[in-house]
Design a protein around this ligand. Structure first.
Ligand SMILES: C[S@@+](CC[C@H](N)C(=O)[O-])C[C@H]1O[C@@H](n2cnc3c(N)ncnc32)[C@H](O)[C@@H]1O
Length: 408
């Protein structure tokens, strides 16, 4: 079944942990009128006997089975039960994609996020929501900044303790945690504490963790604006320095859902900063040397982007099976034959290519490439104030040539 399937239509009813008593009239009427109700076992068990429809529990895994399941009940009045707001980390958007939004009617219910904000007195629009279900909890490290209000949806009862450890490890042990469990039920309860001395036992699996983020004194706060200090990365000197990195990222211009290839990734600083700009982006770091490839993974985890894919290998061969990028940074391997042909061919139309050279040989390649493909050549010279005898003088770094071009 897909969006062209005729006749398929479905009503999704959001239901809270308080079940039938918490449902409004439209939700109840839909359920009473339904011929088949699809939903999780826990949700189906909340329905009273007056709902006489056939009850079909979701199979596992659900999403691949969804088209056949809907097809099997085509022509009947189908109701899908969803937990809380069906459009908030829920089944509603999957159904809309599958049968078309005009064939999905949604009967909304407050989400666990709205309930949590109501209990905490937090404005929903100020809150950053993250799901750690099926995702690495280390991604939370990117969001850590004093004053941030975080709500984390976790996979199980161990999430609060793992989150408390992660916060403490990142220098945010002073953060206040509140576990809000079984929201909207008569079992509802909360556990409060700070991350660095979190003692609570694993509790109710049905919960949301609220975090008022606070830094432990001495913690260096890292922005998501590119140009992190060089020592924010573990590196062996093969690093695109702060000013050059910031300029490279401005030319690479990450936007929603964009994929970057960082070719000759060194310690991964360019790819890491790319990913920190927006959680929807993705990146592949290609690095020839094994110990550096390992360092890239460490930097990615420490800086909250563990989803950075690291490929150890030599460009251009290592690029062969990668998905087409929206942007490419070439920081190493410029003089290897075929690298620019490979990245130019793979780059999507409108994609950005940025390359840095610090050697004359690399510079010659960039000049040739710019003659062939256009774009801008820029020479960057950075000087830093440093001790000179008893005084202070300018210490120049190696000049660098940057080539930046957009594929037509
Ligand atoms: C100057 S460093 C890049 C620095 C990097 N942008 C950063 O900030 O960490 C160049 C890197 O390219 C790698 N390299 C050189 N030729 C390569 C090739 N053909 N394929 C993959 N990596 C290569 C080197 O091992 C080195 O780590």
């Amino acid at each position: 079944m897909n969006s062209t399937t005729p006749g398929a239509s479905v009503t999704v009813v959001g239901i809270g942990a308080d079940g039938w008593p918490g449902l409004g009239d439209p939700g109840r009427a839909t359920l009473r009128h339904a011929q088949v109700v699809l939903g999780g076992g826990r949700q189906l068990d909340l329905l009273p006997g007056e709902v006489t429809a056939q009850r079909v529990p979701w199979p596992t895994p659900l999403l691949p089975a969804l088209p056949d399941l809907l097809a099997a009940h085509a022509g009947r009045r189908i109701c899908v039960l969803a937990s809380g707001d069906p459009m908030w980390f829920g089944i509603g958007s999957h159904l809309a994609r599958l049968v078309g939004p005009h064939r999905v009617r949604v009967v909304s219910h407050p989400s666990s996020i709205s309930l949590a904000c109501a209990r905490l007195g937090w404005p929903v629009e100020r809150v950053t929501v993250r799901s750690a279900v099926g995702r690495d909890l280390d991604r939370i490290r990117r969001d850590l900044a004093p004053g941030r209000l975080l709500l984390v949806l976790g996979p199980d009862a161990t999430t609060p303790a793992t989150l408390a450890r992660t916060l403490t490890d990142a220098g945010y042990g002073a953060s206040e945690l509140t576990v809000l469990a079984a929201l909207g039920t008569d079992r509802e309860h909360r556990v409060d504490g700070s991350a660095h001395d979190w003692k609570a036992e694993p509790g109710d699996p049905l919960h949301v963790v609220a975090v008022r983020v606070a830094a432990t004194p001495g913690t260096r706060v890292l922005s998501t604006v590119p140009g992190l200090p060089d020592d924010a990365f573990d590196h062996d000197g093969a690093l695109t320095k702060r000013e050059a990195r910031a300029l490279a990222l401005s030319r690479l211009a990450p936007t929603v859902d964009d994929l970057l290839w960082d070719v000759g990734a060194g310690c991964g600083s360019v790819a890491v900063e790319w990913l920190r700009t927006d959680p929807s982006t993705s990146a592949v770091a290609v690095e020839a040397r094994a110990e550096r490839a390992e360092r890239i993974s460490g930097n990615a985890r420490a800086l909250g982007v563990p989803h950075l894919r690291v490929v150890r290998g030599q460009a251009p061969d290592a690029l062969a099976d990668l998905p087409a990028p929206d942007a490419v940074f070439v920081g190493g391997g410029l003089t290897a034959p075929g690298v620019f042909d490979a990245v130019w061919t793979a780059l999507r139309p409108g994609g950005r290519l940025v390359a840095h050279a610090v050697t004359l040989e690399g510079e010659r390649v960039l000049v040739d490439q710019s003659v062939q493909r256009g774009g801008d050549l820029t020479r960057l010279s950075v000087e830093r104030a440093a001790p000179l005898g008893g005084f202070t003088g300018w210490k120049p770094a190696r000049p660098l040539v940057q080539w930046a071009v957009t594929k037509p």
